[in-house]
Ligand binder design. Sequence first.
Ligand SMILES: [Zn+2]
Length: 108
Amino acid sequence: MTTPKHTPGPWAGREYDENWHIIVREGKEEIVVAIANNSGIEDRETMLANARLIAAAPDLLDILEEIVIIQCQEHCDYRFTEDQAYHCARSGCDFIDYKKFIASVKGE
Ligand SMILES: [Zn+2]
């Protein structure tokens, strides 16, 4: 895993002006990282579901990375590089699409 460029989790949702702010608490401060708004969404449950999904994004990314690491440890030539990033040296790794997805999400 590499150091994330996004605001580290956990992220949480908080209702604000009929929208949901996705926030990160840092001490006494709250940072708004995203807003799930009700523009074009008629039912509140859909907006809340969107907010929950956005708030879960850092955790989902961490879980996907862990799954890929575990799978590569079991099935590939896996090792840490000097910068402590995981590295699968197996050509034709079955998890390359997941690793590409993770890299794109992380802006790498
Ligand atoms: Zn692999």
